[in-house]
Design a protein around this ligand. Structure first.
Ligand code: GTP
Ligand code: MG
Length: 149
């Protein structure tokens, strides 16, 4: 089963949006494989955003995800990396479809509520950054047979 790494960023936690956002992934049919509330330190934040090092928004974005606890999650499902990006909406909430998570809950690119891996390779890298293998649960979820053949 494909897996993706999702982070509910500090603004989502502080604004009390955690439950509503998780509910969207559950309602879609995604399978929760791992989850924890945690603080991100400088080393982890810089590794997370390594692809953006040198860009103007690198430093503020690193500070942003260190500014308060985040909810780190692994979700599984059919084509879940791309599916999660659809649920999240465009990077800038101002341009995101209003039905998406960023479109529903955000106003500005610097506080865009949620992170999701942008490819299967990124998902593998990010899951390994945030979770030890034993923190991920391999289980059969009730109702899986009603989601696809
Ligand atoms: P993530 O899921 O968070 O990785 O977002 P993304 O894949 O949609 O966008 P990208 O990887 O290009 O950018 C990473 C993060 O940097 C974004 O989610 C924003 O938080 C931040 N960011 C990107 N571009 C800008 C920008 O132009 N200004 C500011 N302030 N932040 C930006
Ligand atoms: Mg990205």
């Amino acid at each position: 089963m494909e897996k993706t790494f999702i982070m509910l960023k500090p603004d989502a936690v502080q604004r009390g949006l955690v439950g509503q956002i998780i509910a969207r992934f559950e309602a879609k049919g995604c399978k929760l494989v791992g989850m924890k509330l945690m603080s991100v330190d400088q080393a982890l934040a810089e590794q997370h955003y390594a692809e953006h090092k040198g860009k103007s928004f690198f430093e503020p974005t690193v500070q942003y995800i260190m500014s308060s606890p985040v909810v780190a999650m692994v979700w599984g499902g059919k084509n879940v990396v791309a599916l999660a990006r659809e649920l999240m909406g465009a990077t800038n909430p101002a341009n995101a479809n209003p039905g998406s998570i960023r479109g529903s809950f955000g106003m500005d690119i610097s506080r865009n509520v949620i992170h999701g891996s942008d490819s299967v390779a990124s998902a593998e890298r990010e899951i390994a950054l945030y979770f030890r293998p034993e923190e991920l649960c391999d289980y059969r979820k009730a109702g899986e047979e009603w989601l696809s053949e």
